[in-house]
Design a protein around this ligand. Structure first.
Ligand SMILES: [Zn+2]
Length: 227
């Protein structure tokens, strides 16, 4: 006689329901208590000035880190905050943010202790993700001369910074940003890094507001050694 199979997803689903119940009760109620029109206003429009391109890491929640409310920060996240010239997901977020929402600042934010960057540094074999992290490994090879002179921990931290600088440059090289600059739109691209150990955001010296800024910003940021 066949017996009923055990419901395999019951425990995780239970946890999810509890998270949903508690977060809804506390976060939504608190938002309305502070501002009775909060959700009505949010529903009507979003007018963010910033696009955040960051890592998917659960310890790097974009809005909380910069202290911006929902509606104020447009967000794209992927493992190791990579900007690939042919990634339609990232490019679409960038195009929508600039051309439709009119964001004025694009901020590529990496973080120290990034598991994706460490895996690329170690040439780890984790599965499909290895192909994505190959882009970070390319950054490592481009800066091999600098990285070999550092201890392992400092080298991984430095690769986290170098990865931000390279990806910020990639943002500048997209047709979306190049065309926006050609039209005279005020779009500035930044490279920042977040410290998991102290909660601080640091600028990496990459700030480009015109096509002519990109090379000087790239060179200046490479010289700003902070790791
Ligand atoms: Zn990460």
């Amino acid at each position: 006689m066949l017996s009923e199979p055990e419901p395999r997803i019951a425990p995780p689903l239970g946890v999810l329901r509890e998270v949903e119940r508690v977060s809804q009760r506390t976060w939504a109620a608190e938002a309305v208590r502070r501002d009775p029109d909060y959700f009505t206003r949010l529903q009507q429009q979003q007018a963010p000035e910033y696009l955040w391109i960051g890592c998917s890491d659960s310890r790097v929640p974009a809005n909380e880190i910069v202290g911006l409310a929902p509606g104020e920060l447009f967000v794209h996240r992927n493992v190791a905050n990579v900007v690939v010239h042919t990634d339609l997901n990232c490019l679409s977020a960038l195009q929508y943010a600039i051309d439709v929402l009119g964001v004025k600042h694009v901020i590529v934010t990496g973080h120290y202790g990034c598991g994706g960057v460490r895996a690329a540094f170690d040439d780890a074999r984790l599965g499909l993700i290895d192909n994505w992290l190959r882009h970070v490994e390319d950054v490592k090879h481009r800066h091999e001369g600098e990285l070999v002179a550092l201890s392992k921990e400092r080298a991984v931290d430095r690769l986290c910074e170098l990865n931000v600088i390279e990806q910020a440059r990639h943002v500048c090289e997209t047709t979306i940003v190049q065309d926006a600059w050609a039209r005279g739109m005020p779009v500035t691209v930044h490279g920042w890094i977040y410290g998991l150990s102290d909660g601080r955001l640091r600028q990496l010296g990459f700030t480009a507001a015109h096509a002519g800024d990109v090379d000087p910003a790239y060179r200046a940021s490479l010289l700003s050694v902070t790791a």
